[in-house]
Design a protein. Structure first.
Length: 317
């Protein structure tokens, strides 16, 4: 029999348990229903901003197409023939990989330039042409003309509810679309076994193969590069609650808000004002950094090289 004025231990435990359930269950329910996702992602963004920027990565070079280049060339979009000339010059410099982060589903400029672009891409073993995967509401965009089988890579990035890019896809498959297909191509072929690599992963793989590092698969169907396993993102990772991560995704490792890679303008490349050694044995990406192109992605940073939260898509790759 309990002493007068004293609460039995069992009653105290029941009270604590009941209180925990009353306050804990709603919090768990809110967490599962994404109620805290914005707050947790904001905290993640703050963590990313506090990280010290990484040093300039000498393995990657970006050929930019800025507003100034567009004005000098008097071309927008950049003509097919101009791209062909740029890719040919890069190919002669012997890079390990060239990533074309520019849509070429519609011909631009004189027809002869279109034919030249197709020939240059078809003849080069190091060119990777970007495409967009088909989704329910988008028919997908094909890679550039002349792209050989296996040389197309998707340029899509998954976005969160606030339209910020925090994740990257490594491997994915085109989705079934409700839109009419203007043209059948690898990036709208919705077969389950039609796995396509992202541009980022395709270029990285080509660079590493020259270092005798080839990707293989673990028993858990995760990608391994020698001893490094690229752990696949789960839908409830970190601050996410049922994120759309059915394909192979990872968190994006931003190198910093400011300049992280060496950049050369396409005009300087065309005028032979860049030494071939700047591209040799490197990964080279070609893409727009101009405001008119609107190829900007929202990032966790408050102020980037361009003075806003956005970074050009070719740099995010």
């Amino acid at each position: 029999m309990a002493r007068p004025g004293k609460t039995p231990l069992s009653s105290l435990l029941k009270t604590v348990l009941l209180t925990s359930l009353v306050f804990g269950l709603p919090i768990v329910a809110i967490r599962i229903s994404s109620g805290f996702e914005n707050l947790e992602l904001a905290a993640y963004d703050a963590f990313v901003r506090q990280r010290p920027p990484e040093k300039l990565d000498d393995r990657i070079v970006i050929v930019t197409i800025s507003d100034d280049d567009i004005e000098q060339l008097q071309q927008y979009p950049i003509h097919d023939g101009t791209l062909a000339e740029a890719i040919a010059k890069l190919d002669q410099a012997k890079p390990r990989a060239i990533g074309l982060d520019i849509a070429r589903d519609v011909p631009q400029g004189p027809p002869a330039g279109r034919q030249k672009l197709a020939e240059v891409i078809e003849q080069s073993p190091v060119v990777v042409a970007g495409c967009l995967l088909s989704t329910e509401n988008h028919p997908g965009s094909p890679p550039a003309p002349g792209t050989p089988e296996g040389a197309a890579a998707f340029a899509d990035f998954p976005t969160d509810v606030d339209k910020t890019v925090r994740r990257v896809k490594l491997v994915s498959t085109p989705g079934k679309t409700q839109k009419p297909l203007r043209k059948q191509h690898a990036c709208n072929d919705a077969r389950a076994d039609n796995e396509i690599l992202s541009m980022s992963f395709q270029l990285a793989t080509m660079y590493l193969i020259a270092e005798e590092i080839s990707p293989d698969q673990t028993e858990n169907n995760e990608i391994r590069l020698k001893k490094q396993i690229l752990h696949r993102l789960s839908p409830n990772f970190g601050g996410y609650a049922q994120a759309d991560a059915t394909d192979y995704q990872m968190m994006l490792n931003y190198r910093g808000a400011q300049k992280a890679f060496r950049e050369f303008s396409i005009v300087d490349l065309l005028k032979n004002q860049v030494k071939p050694e700047a591209f040799r044995d490197r990964v080279v990406l070609i893409g727009y950094t101009s405001e008119v192109s609107k190829d900007e992605l929202s990032t966790p940073y408050v102020e980037t090289q361009g003075g806003s939260r956005t970074i050009s898509g070719v740099i995010v790759h």
